[in-house]
Design a protein around this ligand. Sequence first.
Ligand SMILES: Nc1ncnc2c1ncn2[C@@H]1O[C@H](COP(=O)(O)OP(=O)(O)OP(=O)(O)O)[C@@H](O)[C@H]1O
Length: 591
Amino acid sequence: MEKGNIKKKSIGAEGDIFASCDFSSLGLHPALCDQLRERMGFEAPTLIQAQAIPVILSGRHVLVNAATGTGKTVTYLAPVIHQLQKCDPRIQRSDGTFALVLVPTHELCMQAYETLQKLLHRFHWIVPGYIMGGENRLKEKARLRKGISILVATPGRLLDHLKHTSSFVHKNLRWIIFDEADRILELGFGKEIEEIIDILGSKLNMSESKENTVSGATGVVRQNLLLSATLNEKVNHLANISLDNPVMIGIDDKKMQPSSKQVTSLDSNEINTSELSGEVAIASNGEYKLPAQLNQRYVKVPCGSRLVVLLSILKNLFTGEASQKIVVFFSTCDAVDFHHALLSQFRGLSNLQSETETRELFVGCNILKLHGNMKHEDRIKTFNAFKTEKSALLLSTDVSARGLDFPKVRCIIQYDSPGEATEYVHRVGRTARLGERGDSLLFLQPIEADYLQELKKHGVLLTEYPLLKLLDGFPLYGLKQHVKKFVSIEMHPWVLCLQRSLEFFISTEVMMKKLGQNAFCSWVRAYSAHRGDLKSIFMVKKLHLGHVAKSFALKEQPSLVGRSVQKKHMAKRKGEQQRHKGGGLKKKRKT
Ligand SMILES: Nc1ncnc2c1ncn2[C@@H]1O[C@H](COP(=O)(O)OP(=O)(O)OP(=O)(O)O)[C@@H](O)[C@H]1O
């Protein structure tokens, strides 16, 4: 395609998302273009698709960095399908797997598979498939035996089949695609990835032997792709072992470490394309790309009032607009369970609200939860439900932070801070997708305010949410408040009353109290697990554990919990030190 055709098509204040060319001008097969346009409703490629698809079609190894929700899935799937559909004679199931898409989570695996199915509608001889943890191994084996042309997989399960399913044919493998590459590594799959690459061969041109490969081909040439909205220095090693002289798309010069040798800059559009002669060396302090139309705010809340403020904000959002989708992120599975149970039962108290109001849930909406400790089937059920619901509240750990494409999410609330800026970017990326409007709200305690500087280093800027205005707006005893002056948020009459109601509710419900105590315990543990520079921002030492207990509506800080947390923390640190000493790879994280 002519480079000049990749002009930005402005979609008003929402930012530049689409290119002004069409899919066929990118070199894709007409049937695939029809499918994109007619069945999937994609009228024009996004900017990243317009830039990356021709490069991927050229056969080069590619590293793609583009903001969340800009269509990276189609960016890598469409060229693969284009190449496979033109094989003459047609590829067959017995040829085995040609393309492998590696993703970090079950949900992302399902999602990429669904997109793949849609794209393949007119190419019935190219068979899509998926394998992932939690699914039935035997059924997967049977599917692999029959042959899957494009396979989406999570790393652990893929390695399992590579080792134990002899009928899994991968001698024709031509593409390995790492979607959310940095997250795969962060979750501790580094060792699996190294083994997978070992078994499948890395970036080299593969066997020259004719009999080993698809009829008609003289050898299988490998093309690997690596994509994420937050490519950072963590992927350098993976990039260097899997990519051969890659083309970098969307990675500007500032993000490259000085050691890298930049040879050509192919394009001066907003999304940069450059070609490197040497090693991939992405710097750690680069700026991340965020959707321009995303409205990012933070709210500073003292620890003991966090729960009240969360419930108040949710109530306000769902009252203002009954039909909408919101995601709230928590740091642990226990915290998700606790807040889910609380929000599904808590109705407020009569001294706060009118009688009719207390007959209904305090936050009136459909409440869903998603985390890594749930059964696989339940995870998939929630994932599908939140996708199709018009209005719902999803409480989740970071298992939903990456790649998931829930339509029409209006607001992202990060109730527990995300830690690294990369996670912030992916969490907020669940809204404001593909040019749509979206809001995000980050909860911070006053002692954590330096986190804003940490985000600023990566080009992420937030404005403050008007909390007092919101709190003043809640009527008490059916009357509008006239709070003229008060000392602090903790002393605000609405906060005091709601906190009392919550504490009363928890103290009378045995199960809720237990959930609260568990959540308290794992919250402190997660808080103490922040790494690197973040340790000086999120310091357990600075926390008032009594106030943390209040944020789980516990009247007292569970004293035994404090000690066991410390013990577990010490044991964890010891383990971490040993792993670092032994140079071992990170343990898998459950989110
Ligand atoms: N050209 C297009 N026109 C319209 N919609 C598109 C186009 N390309 C992709 N989409 C849709 O945009 C949404 C976002 O796509 P996708 O999930 O691939 O984004 P992403 O860049 O991978 O996001 P993330 O970084 O969060 O994983 C999806 O619903 C997808 O179907």
